[in-house]
Write a protein that binds this ligand. Structure first.
Ligand code: GDR
Length: 351
């Protein structure tokens, strides 16, 4: 069995490769773009594995995708490569659309032309639901994106459906709600918080001053899971008798503020909120400041530069069909997730 996985330098691609090496006998071809200085930090566990091979390819280059599919003749093609940062998608809308939508069309064409038996997975996003009409959101929720990123993923979803129905491909585009973990990039809010908490934790421990974590909208609500649970769900979605799209989610929603509260709690730092709107801040409690002889006291403050031109205020998924029909059984709760991320970042923190 041969599997092409794209996006292996990122969180999901790397977790997918680790999962496949552990749970299958497959040979894995991990696709990366040619860059002068690639960061393999997420690939340490498998880069030297004999069942793993690095290959060059690019979602913007159909020749590279055609060649890979023609030469490898994969049984599965799992596409986690993307411009995945919603916040940045207003600044680079065309690149976002090219990678996330046209890139999926290029993959589908390569599969259709050179290995139509190959099963294809496209990573969908809850951002496609956008300004939601009802909660929890299931697979039938209307597509109402609020960002160039959401629009690009919605386009990919339509393309996958068209190719599935037109050419009888096993092609799926399942909706992933937010999913995080210790491989998460620092631009995403959860890792930004867990890294910031680790930085402040070490500053307090060493009697040093610290600057606050600067964030945008704290009221947004997200349905967070662990990426390691999701790659198991994705593999189950790819191995059904007939292709069908599912939602993967925790079925719980939490505000950014709640994520912050839990993170500081995990680090044993006692914070209190005060103020509202752009003046809202979290600082260490008086008792904690006295006990630890802390001078700088602000832990979190608002920086409007992190507000988005349009926001998805609430996401809450309904993954009941995936749990019932696929036997998908996510293991890492919201509390576990926050704890894992904060403890890991405290452990690896370097000044
Ligand atoms: P999201 O993730 O846009 O939901 O997309 P992100 O972590 O970037 O934002 C979540 C929410 O936090 C608010 N927020 C901030 N976000 C960032 N990044 N930085 C900040 O400083 C900050 N302050 C507040 C945001 O406004 C937002 O409401 C993720 C990505 O992984 C997508 O690729 C994926 O498709 C979806 O999840 C499901």
């Amino acid at each position: 069995m041969k599997v092409i996985v794209t996006g292996i330098l990122g969180q999901d691609g790397a977790n997918m490769v680790e999962y496949l090496l552990k749970n299958t006998e497959a040979k894995i071809f991990g696709m990366i773009r040619r860059t002068s200085n690639p960061n393999f930090v997420n690939c340490k566990a498998f880069i030297k594995n004999e069942r793993f091979q690095l290959v060059y390819g690019d979602l913007s280059d159909s020749v590279s995708l055609d060649n890979l599919v023609r030469d490898i003749q994969p049984d599965y093609f799992i596409n986690f490569a993307a411009q995945s940062f919603v916040g940045c998608s207003w600044e680079i809308p065309l690149q976002t659309f090219d990678a996330n939508a046209t890139g999926v069309a290029r993959c589908l064409e390569a599969v259709r032309r050179f290995q139509p038996k190959c099963r294809f997975y496209s990573a969908g996003s809850s951002e496609e639901f956008g300004d939601v009409q009802y909660s929890p959101q299931d697979i039938h929720h209307p597509v109402r994106p609020r960002s160039p990123y959401g629009a690009s993923k919605a386009a990919a979803r339509h393309l996958v459906k068209v190719y599935r129905e037109s050419y009888n491909l096993y092609a799926v585009h399942s909706i992933l709600f937010n999913h995080e973990g210790t491989k998460r990039g620092e631009e995403f809010v959860t890792r930004k918080i867990s890294k910031g908490v680790a930085r402040i934790y070490h500053a307090i421990k060493n009697n040093q001053s610290f600057s606050p974590i600067e964030l945008g909208n704290l009221d947004a609500q997200r349905d967070w899971s662990d990426s390691e649970d999701f790659v198991d769900g994705v593999w189950k979605i790819m191995n059904q008798e007939k292709p069908k799209d599912y939602v993967l989610s925790s079925n719980e929603t939490h505000t950014i503020r709640e994520f912050i509260n839990k993170s500081f709690l995990c680090a044993g730092i006692d914070g209190v909120w005060h103020g509202s709107g752009q003046q809202e801040e979290m600082s260490v409690s008086t008792e904690y400041a006295i006990k630890n002889e802390i001078q700088s006291s602000i832990l979190v403050k608002i920086n409007p530069k992190f507000y988005r031109p349009a926001e998805v205020e609430l996401l809450l998924g309904d993954s009941t069909p995936a749990r019932k029909e696929l036997g998908w059984n996510p293991k890492i709760s919201f509390d576990n997730l926050v704890e894992r991320m904060v403890k890991y970042d405290i452990e690896i923190f370097k000044i």
